[in-house]
Design a protein around this ligand. Structure first.
Ligand SMILES: [Zn+2]
Ligand SMILES: [Zn+2]
Length: 339
C-alpha cells in the first residue's frame, strides 16, 4: 500500500509499505480523514519512515471477525487495552499497561498510510446525518472531555482554561456542554485569542501579552474564584493559576506535558487545591465525545479550520504553519484522502 511517512525528518514522502491485516480483535480501515495533533510534531521531527495519524475516520475495508459491512464509515480510538486488568474492569482503560501496545499513529503506523487496523469492538459507525470529518475529531474531544471530568466540572460552574490550542478549545466546548455556566480561556498570540473569542462556547479569551491581563481575569472571576482550572498548555509554574481558583478546586493537566513545573505549597494549602493529571481518555469518554459531537455538529464543524488533500507537499506546508510559524489561526486541520 501507499503510505505517507516522515522522510527525511521534518518532511513527508510517499513510500510503499506492507498492508496490515484484519484478524483477531482487529479490523482493517481505509483512510479518509486524519486530524493533525500537537503531539504529531514530535514524530515529524524524530521518527523517520513513520506514518502519523491517531485522530481519524475511515471506511471498513476488512471487518475480520466483526459483524460490520465493508465500506461503512467509522471512527475508533487508537488505544489497545487488555480488557482484563483491574483498570480495564473499572472502565479506566487509559491506565491499562497494554494501552499503548498497538496504537495507530502512536506506537505503530497510523492513518497517513492507506490502511491501518484498529480494535473491532471499539469501532463506531458514523451515521448518514453526520459529516464524516467529524469522526476524526472524536479522539481529541475525548481527551478534553476526560480532563473536564477529572476537573469535576458540574452544571453552574465557572471554568478557567489555560492554553488555547485544540485541546484547550475542546476543553472549553466540552465544559460548556457539561453544563458549565461560563468558560474563560487564557492564550497568548492575538490571532488565536481572537479565534477563541468567536466560539460561542467561550465566554471570553484573554492574552497573557496584555499588561492588565490579571485584572481582566479578576473582572470575570466569581467571588472566591473559578471552580476548576485546566492547564492545556503545560505551565512552568502553577501559582498564578492557583491564585484564580476557589477553595477545593482541582487543577487538571490535560494533554501531555513534559516541561518541569513548580508550585508553592502555600498557594495550595489555604484553599486545599488538588493537582490532577489526565491521561488520554477511556472508552466511555470516547463514546460520550462522539455523542456530544453528533448532537452539536455545527459547533464542532466550526473547529475544523482547514481540510487539505493527502499530498506530502500540502501536509508539509501545514506542519510548517502549525509548528514552525510561531503563531497561526488554525484550530483543527484535517488531511483528506480521495475516495
Ligand atoms: Zn492527538
Ligand atoms: Zn487492561
Amino acid at each position: 500500500m501507499k503510505s505517507i511517512v516522515v522522510r527525511p525528518l521534518q518532511n513527508f514522502s510517499v513510500i510503499e509499505k506492507e498492508t496490515p491485516k484484519a484478524g483477531g480483535n482487529r479490523v482493517l480501515i481505509r483512510s479518509k480523514y486524519t486530524a493533525i495533533c500537537g503531539s504529531d510534531k514530535g514524530s515529524w521531527m524524530h521518527r523517520e519512515d513513520f506514518a502519523i495519524g491517531h485522530e481519524y475516520a475511515g471506511y471498513i475495508e476488512d471487518p475480520g471477525e466483526f459483524p460490520i459491512a465493508k465500506g461503512t464509515p467509522v471512527c475508533a480510538p487508537e488505544f489497545d487495552p487488555c480488557g482484563e486488568c483491574e483498570y480495564c474492569m473499572a472502565g479506566e482503560e487509559q491506565r491499562c499497561r497494554q494501552m499503548m501496545e498497538n496504537n495507530p499513529g502512536v506506537s505503530v503506523d497510523g492513518s497517513l498510510g492507506e490502511f491501518y487496523t484498529v480494535r473491532g469492538e471499539y469501532v463506531i459507525p458514523i451515521p448518514e446525518d453526520m459529516p464524516m470529518q467529524l469522526g476524526a475529531i472524536v479522539e481529541p474531544v475525548a481527551v478534553s472531555l476526560h480532563g473536564v471530568r477529572l476537573g469535576k466540572v458540574k452544571p453552574g460552574d465557572t471554568v478557567l482554561i489555560w492554553g488555547n490550542g485544540p485541546i484547550g478549545i475542546y476543553a472549553a466546548a466540552t465544559a460548556k456542554l457539561s453544563g458549565a455556566k461560563a468558560v474563560y480561556m487564557v492564550g497568548r498570540g492575538k490571532g488565536r485569542v481572537e479565534l477563541c473569542k468567536k466560539y460561542e462556547f467561550v465566554d471570553d479569551c484573554f492574552s497573557t501579552l496584555d499588561e492588565d491581563f490579571e485584572e481582566q481575569i479578576k473582572a470575570v472571576m466569581p467571588a472566591g474564584g473559578f471552580s476548576a482550572g485546566l492547564d492545556c498548555l503545560g505551565l512552568s509554574n502553577y501559582n498564578q493559576l492557583a491564585s484564580f481558583l476557589k477553595a477545593g478546586a482541582t487543577m487538571v493537566l490535560v494533554g501531555m506535558h513534559s516541561r518541569e513545573t513548580t508550585f508553592s505549597p502555600f498557594s495550595m494549602f489555604f484553599k486545599e487545591l488538588s493537582i490532577q493529571a489526565a491521561l488520554y481518555f477511556n472508552w466511555k469518554d470516547y463514546q460520550d465525545a462522539f455523542k456530544m459531537i453528533y448532537e452539536n455538529q455545527e459547533l464542532f464543524l466550526g473547529t475544523i479550520t482547514s481540510i487539505i488533500p493527502a499530498e506530502p507537499e500540502e501536509i508539509q506546508k501545514m506542519f510548517v504553519k502549525l509548528f514552525e510559524s510561531g503563531s497561526n489561526d488554525e484550530c483543527k486541520a484535517l488531511i483528506e484522502f480521495k475516495d
